[in-house]
Design a protein around this ligand. Structure first.
Ligand code: HEC
Ligand code: HEC
Length: 445
């Protein structure tokens, strides 16, 4: 911000830090800002009990309930304040998430909106496969720790809200205050109560504005207007096509071999074509080796947007001293590995407690992969360069639902999972896609 506004912002950042401390407490003693406690509508967002259990040093309460969960399980990567700058962060690729933008990649809610609590629970439960983000699923299976995951999810939300407020207070202060005006000084409480009260109102407005954004996705079920506003392309697609989460209609077994192969061919055309333009980033073979380079939003924030070229070391190096991490290119996923990071469905949902037969993990993994591809295409991965598809339902010239299905089948076939026949695998990997259709072999593994 100093670079952008050509101003020394040291004093401002100290004022913002005290305002934050006053509203949100300290890492050892977090508190839910009073303005949010006072209004019933924010009570679903988090609660003081979750904050107290998640924050502070790891240990046990007098009643033996475990506390300090975040510092024990998460802070080494995500940092105590959720800035993504924990002690191990610099060694990891991708870097741990900085929660302070409020931007999350893996969610069912619409692009540009905040994740629901279920989305965060899903991420914490299953981790982000293929990255260092661990799965906490074992906590869920334990009687004593079952509640830890929702507690952590509510704490992540708290840290994100706190971080967003920090950014926006800084922006508002630079924009709205004269150089001789002060945003926050606790001493003014006695010396200048009127000014203090006025400033407190400004701060409360920012806090409420940020919290409102987090409220919306959770309110989806209750409010018809927000339903439309926050409905994601993924959820709308599932509804429109009457998909149940466990629907296997994407599978080759649900259609004849000829139809399936025709669908794969159309999918390849779309993958390489100009509307979906997947190959532009993922490469024609899907390995992600296209000559394409871009950075994620977290990196662009302090490089490109601040006028710093992330490819020129001399430009970004001075900012490393402030704790920023070396800019790393956001690589498009290698789609031939069948390793998707987003888990669009609960892999073992509905199993376990019921005492029913063990879930077929291979099968639920395939199903989950399919939905993950579908969701990535429809919703994009916010914060990364991966865009949400333009749909015919909302944009002229966008993709139809059938074309989306063709694409998902094709992307899945790039990874050649076990449920595909050998001939289908050859079909997909042969350059013209036509030659082997007549040699359809039986389903092998
Ligand atoms: C060993 C390092 C590590 C630990 C420990 C860790 N994370 Fe992460 N976490 C990551 C990385 C790396 C990512 C980024 C993954 C990506 O961008 O694909 C991430 C991403 C996330 C995300 C964002 C997902 C999204 O949709 O963008 C959340 C939420 C999260 N972690 C929560 C937690 C919580 C809560 C804990 C503690 C229970 C935790 N993490 C522990 C490394 C870690
Ligand atoms: C502008 C570049 C770009 C375009 C265009 C693009 N992608 Fe991506 N895609 C990415 C990047 C980058 C990632 C990795 C994002 C991350 O995890 O940070 C990605 C990730 C994915 C994933 C992995 C999702 C997961 O959960 O791991 C899938 C599947 C995918 N893309 C499919 C597609 C398809 C299909 C298209 C065309 C409709 C497409 N992509 C278009 C850049 C792109």
């Amino acid at each position: 911000m100093e670079r952008e506004f050509r101003e020394d912002l040291n004093d401002r950042s100290l004022e913002v830090a005290s305002a934050l401390h006053s509203a949100f407490g300290a890492p050892d003693e977090p508190k839910w800002p009073i303005v949010l406690v006072d209004s019933a509508k924010y009570q679903t967002l988090t609660d003081q009990e979750s904050l107290s259990r998640a924050a502070g040093p790891a240990g046990r309460n007098f009643d033996l309930v475990e506390v300090g969960l975040f510092r024990k399980q998460c802070a080494q990567c995500h940092g105590i304040t959720g800035d993504g700058l924990g002690p191990t962060a610099a060694l990891l690729d991708p870097y741990p998430r900085d929660f302070r933008r409020g931007t999350f990649k893996f969610k069912n809610t619409a692009y540009g909106t905040r994740p629901s609590i279920e989305d965060l629970i899903q991420t914490i439960t299953h981790g982000v496969p293929g990255t260092s983000m661990p799965a906490m699923a074992n906590l869920k299976r334990s009687k004593h720790y079952a509640d830890d995951i929702p507690v952590l999810a509510r704490y992540v939300r708290f840290l994100a809200i706190r971080g967003e407020v920090e950014r926006e207070l800084m922006m508002d202060t630079i924009r709205d205050l004269h150089s001789d005006e002060i945003l926050f000084d606790i001493r003014q409480k006695d010396s200048a109560p009127e000014a203090f009260k006025k400033n407190q109102q400004t701060i409360d407005q920012v806090i409420a504005r940020v919290a409102d954004r987090w409220l919306a996705p959770a309110g989806v079920q209750s409010n018809e207007q927000s339903d439309e506003l926050f409905e994601s392309q993924y959820n709308a697609f599932i509804k429109r096509n009457q998909f149940a989460e466990n629907d296997l209609r994407l599978d080759s077994t649900a259609m004849s071999a000829d139809l399936f192969q025709a669908s794969l061919r159309r999918g390849r055309g779309l993958f390489e074509g100009s509307i979906a333009a997947c190959a532009q980033c993922h490469g024609e073979d899907g390995t992600g080796n296209a000559k394409w380079k871009d950075y994620d939003e977290w990196t662009k924030d302090w490089t490109i947007r601040a006028g710093i070229d992330p490819t020129v070391k001399a430009e970004w190096k001075p900012l490393k001293k402030l704790g920023l991490l070396k800019p790393v290119v956001a690589s498009p996923r290698n789609l031939t590995l069948q390793a998707y990071r987003g888990t669009a469905t609960d892999i073992d949902s509905g199993q376990g407690d019921s005492g029913k037969a063990e879930v077929d993990l291979a099968d639920s993994h395939v199903r989950s992969s399919r939905l993950s591809i579908l969701r990535a295409v429809l919703n994009g991965l916010e914060g990364s360069p991966m865009p949400a598809a333009a749909l015919a339902a909302t944009t002229t010239g966008g993709l139809t639902d059938d074309q989306i299905m063709d694409l998902v089948r094709f992307v899945e076939s790039l990874a050649v999972p076990k449920s595909f026949s050998v001939a289908e695998a050859i079909l997909v990997s042969s350059p013209n896609g036509e030659s082997v259709t007549s040699q359809k072999a039986g389903h092998g593994s």
